[in-house]
Write a protein that binds this ligand. Structure first.
Ligand SMILES: [Zn+2]
Length: 139
């Protein structure tokens, strides 16, 4: 749901646009003979004031929209990571993918980083290694 401030800003902007349209409409209704230069000048000044205000309202609305878009993208990313990953208690996995994802990178930075497999040797046990945060987990 849009927040009340955004709705109020949109309503205010629409009212201004309607007022400006009415100004022009009334100007058109009056015959050229009736309309004197002073009336015309005053109406144009009013129109310009309204248009400047509409422009500034749209700049604010654009900023609100950009913020909302960013929030939506962040929430989508969070939702995707929650739906697609399976946590086995240590590492995150995806269905059909034999390589796990680093739990530290996912939980701390919401970044899905595939881990590297180290087969192990006589000295070290096999493990999964994150090339970004450098954490290591026994395989
Ligand atoms: Zn990591």
């Amino acid at each position: 749901m849009a927040d009340p401030a955004s709705i109020a800003a949109i309503s205010g902007t629409l009212e201004l646009v309607n007022k400006s349209v009415d100004l022009v409409r009334n100007l058109r209704k009056k015959g050229d003979n009736e309309l004197n230069a002073a009336e015309m000048r005053n109406t144009l000044i009013d129109l310009l004031d309204d248009l400047v205000e509409v422009k500034s309202e749209f700049v604010s609305l654009k900023a609100v929209l950009l913020t909302k878009e960013q929030e939506i993208q962040e929430l989508k990313a969070k939702l995707d990571s929650k739906q697609e990953f399976i946590f086995d208690g240590r590492l995150y996995w995806r269905v059909g993918d034999g390589t796990p994802f680093c739990p530290v990178c996912i939980e701390k930075d919401t970044k899905s980083i595939h881990m590297d497999y180290f087969a192990g040797n006589t000295e070290y046990k096999p493990s999964w290694y994150c090339k970004v945060c450098r954490n290591e987990f026994d395989a």
